[in-house]
Design a protein around this ligand. Structure first.
Ligand SMILES: Cc1ncc(COP(=O)(O)O)c(C=O)c1O
Length: 403
């Protein structure tokens, strides 16, 4: 197919099979950092968490004495549906009874959904596929593999505005595809899928009986004027075949809360919940109550977004044209071109040795095709998740390294 990289099914010859963080540790082992270390490798938000977390948790402590329902507490599902209805221009309101379930963070949901979709979708033939962007968040690739599907990685490069070209996917491939993963705003490049592109792939996927899994966990971190479109907005009155995945990890700087949701296709969610009843982690009720409060509050989300924007304002000023930098549309990662600095692994090693800055080589986040190409190669990823002062220091070190 046009531009798609078949990943094979044996797990070799691909960076998709191993954690990029484990590989990074191996890469830097034995190298002393040249300055006090600054870790930009992990996308773990360090902004202040909302101040109501403690009080809400305390009020609901007794609920630790109850087993949580797999699909989620009613208060949580109602709060999520209300948030979706406020945040997006939906064709009709989301039904909290049928169209929302709780997740222990979006990662497990994104992973397990591929397995559920393999069972749920109509016969996909002998060689079922899962489509994902390349580079990608590891759970998509791992989910595809666990579902016994062929992961097909669609390159998202500078030439395609760092977005996968879903229009180039041929109908024959879509017909054997169990699920298509979207990620907007994207990790690692921060690109936002235009509404029309989402609408086109949703329409084609539905016609083919394929599921759309939209990872929207960076939905609230937009850095320019464009507010990212949500996948549910392009539905034409019913959410068949569409699911959005989101969580409070990035929106509310609560990665350790482990609380998120999937929302959309009620029939799929019923089947998914049946599977999850025996396979998935449940989310403690007090955690869901904190999450419900978080979905009811936008003040802390605006402040969160303001902090990220201030850091990208610094990046605009301090990095300038270095690394072919351009301000991403969303998310909190710098995606920096290091082809002129020896490539991604060499740059990650050098930055650590000379500047004490820890970043991820881009190829560790992507799939390597049999011809050796990897759309992440030649880039490093740096997460701007710390406070302004330490981010400013890190940016100066990055600028100094590029010269
Ligand atoms: C693109 C993307 N999707 C999903 C996740 C999972 O986040 P969580 O499980 O905390 O919701 C992450 C976390 O870094 C991510 O970057």
């Amino acid at each position: 197919m046009a531009g798609g990289n078949r990943a094979g099914t044996d797990g070799r010859a691909t960076s998709g099979g191993r954690s990029g963080f484990v590989r990074l540790t191996e890469l830097l082992t034995g190298i002393e950092p040249g300055k006090t270390p600054i870790n930009l490798s992990v996308g773990e938000p360090h902004h202040p968490m909302p101040d109501f977390v403690g009080p809400v948790l305390t009020r609901h402590l007794r609920d630790f004495g109850r087993y949580p329902m797999t699909r989620g507490a009613e208060s949580f599902r109602v709060a999520v549906a209300a948030w979706l209805n406020r945040r997006y221009k939906l064709p009709r309101p989301v039904d909290p009874e049928r169209e929302v379930i709780v997740l222990s963070g979006s990662r497990e949901g994104l992973f397990l959904a591929a397995i559920a979709a393999r069972r749920y979708t109509a016969d996909r033939g002998d060689n079922p596929a899962v489509l994902l962007p390349n580079p990608f968040y590891m759970a998509y690739f791992a989910g595809a593999r666990a579902a016994g599907c062929e992961p097909i990685a669609l390159p998202a490069t500078r030439a395609t505005n760092f977005l996968p070209d879903y229009d180039a996917v041929p109908n024959e491939l879509l017909a054997r595809t169990v699920a298509v993963y979207l990620c907007s705003p994207a990790n690692p490049q921060g690109a936002v899928l235009p509404r029309e592109a989402i609408a086109r792939i949703v329409k084609r996927a539905r016609a083919a009986g394929t599921m759309i899994f939209a990872d929207e966990c960076y939905s609230e971190i937009w850095l320019g004027d464009e507010v990212p479109t949500g996948v549910l907005e392009v539905a034409d009155g019913d959410f068949a075949n569409i699911l959005t995945f989101n969580s409070l990890s990035k929106r509310s700087s609560l990665p350790g809360l482990r609380c998120g949701f999937a929302a959309g296709d009620g029939d799929f969610l019923a089947a998914f919940t049946e599977f999850r009843n025996v396979a998935a982690p449940q989310v403690p009720v007090p955690i869901q109550e904190v999450a419900a409060a978080a979905y009811g509050d936008e003040t802390h989300v605006q402040e969160n977004r303001r902090l990220y924007r201030a850091k990208f304002d610094l990046a605009d000023r301090i990095l300038g044209q270095r690394y072919r930098y351009h301000r991403p549309d969303g998310g909190f990662f710098l995606w920096l071109d290091v082809t002129k600095l020896g490539g991604d692994e060499a740059a990650a090693r050098d930055l650590w040795r000379k500047s004490g800055v820890r970043v991820v080589p881009g190829s560790y986040l992507g799939h390597t095709a049999p011809d050796g190409s990897n759309p992440g190669a030649g880039y490093i990823r740096a997460a701007l998740v710390d406070d302004l002062a330490s981010t400013e220091q890190a940016l100066h070190r990055l600028a100094e390294y590029a010269g």
